[in-house]
Design a protein around this ligand. Sequence first.
Ligand code: BES
Ligand code: MN
Ligand code: ZN
Length: 498
Amino acid sequence: MEIKAIAGDIVKIETGAIIVNYFEDAKQPEGDAAAVDAAMSGVISQLVKQGDIKGKLNEITLLHSLGKLPSSRVVVTGLGKKTELTLDKVRGAVGETCRYLRQKGVDRIASGLQGAGVNGIKAEDSAQAITEGAILGLYAFRRHMTKKDNSYIEVKEFTVAGQNKKTTTEAAARAKAIAEAVNWARDMVNEPSNFMYPADLANAAKKTADDYGLKIEVLEKQQMASLGMGALLGVAQGSQQPPRFIIMTYKGKASDAIDMALVGKGITFDTGGISLKPSTDMHEMKTDMAGAASVIAALRVIAQLKPAINVIAIAPATENMPSGTAQKPGDVVKAMNGKTIEVLNTDAEGRLILADALSYARKMKAKNIIDIATLTGAVRAALGTFCTGVFTNNQALVDKLIASGKEVGERAWQFPMFEEYGEMIKSDIADIQNTGAKYAGAITAAKFLSEFVDDTPWVHMDIAGTSDTDKDKGYLVKGATGNPVRTLVNLVLKMAKE
Ligand code: BES
Ligand code: MN
Ligand code: ZN
């Protein structure tokens, strides 16, 4: 989809449809909606009076301009109450509206700066959110469909109209870099596991590194063995597919010190291993590399926006399969940092591959570490699908991360890390074991990971609830969400400014 940014009046644009808005607590059409109302003999005012337009959030009213405007159609989108408006609601309303228009066969869409000036929303932030909403909301994963679907068309062009050409253009470009990378992360996560083996994930990362000028190194099994990555190799040994260990480097300033290491779980399929999962919903486990996809995609955006900071992405990638060579419950493995682990449940594999990836980040002397993982069903039980669980050994870092997420509409909630939870993963025969007890499964998993970062400031994000969604809503489309790429990018941009 081509993104155009212009300065000027939305009602003068020749296109398939223009988007204007109406607030629940408004008395009459305002801004662009008022201009449309005037040009179209008061139709919006009339519909408001009749109660057809109420302004409820995501309410969509389609009007045909019948030659009274250069655009064939106008959509009046409800934005809810002014006092409750957020940037994320704007992003969602535009996403929803664009999907509606696509379904009507409209392939050129334009929007003014929805919500700008309301509740402190700045013009350039609105321009960015609108563009992101359009690109994210129109996402579709169709590459395995062989039949042409006549109800589906590609939207060719989205125009954002602001007051200031320069800032609108910059905001739209930023939005495009971010949203297209999120959609690319969604593609990788939605891809069936037989199209996304560890080698495929590594190849995708390599291609991106080439395209965007990042350094990349991909370790194979032998190199992992020489580094002592026994925990990762223990998981990989059940699979016919060789594992990969992906390291991407972005250098944004002169020093060589790594300011931030983003570590993503890359299980390309999680059967559970010998501790086999039930077959119901097992197909969902093709998304168990969402953490890896998010860190790789975040680096792609960072390479484009070029903040003055050094960031690496680390993605350990393997399948978790049951087989004659698979590791068995009760086996003991040794991680790269020398700690021994009793593998009581082979389905708690994410923390095993992360043990080595975190040890690696530590060995690289990263100043901060954030890991992202679809780690536990327990976090989904606790928080549902609306926010990510976060865990830390450093309050300042997690505060910054939560604030960065809030700004982009990706919510996170912090869990406690009391000592007692750590006692739950003490092993009788090794340094630690890879499962806790019946309760607090998300926290005992985080406690396990904390054993591999020592005193480096670290946050663990458990995205098992937020990495995919079961329905279209706002700018989210059924399937992978691409969460938390936008949070990570925002955090890194902020840290670069400090
Ligand atoms: N990949 C799963 C966690 C998961 C569950 C992600 C549901 C997305 C949706 C993880 O590897 C896993 O199997 N975790 C186990 C841990 C348990 C064996 C301690 C779990 O949560 O049941
Ligand atoms: Mn598992
Ligand atoms: Zn898993």
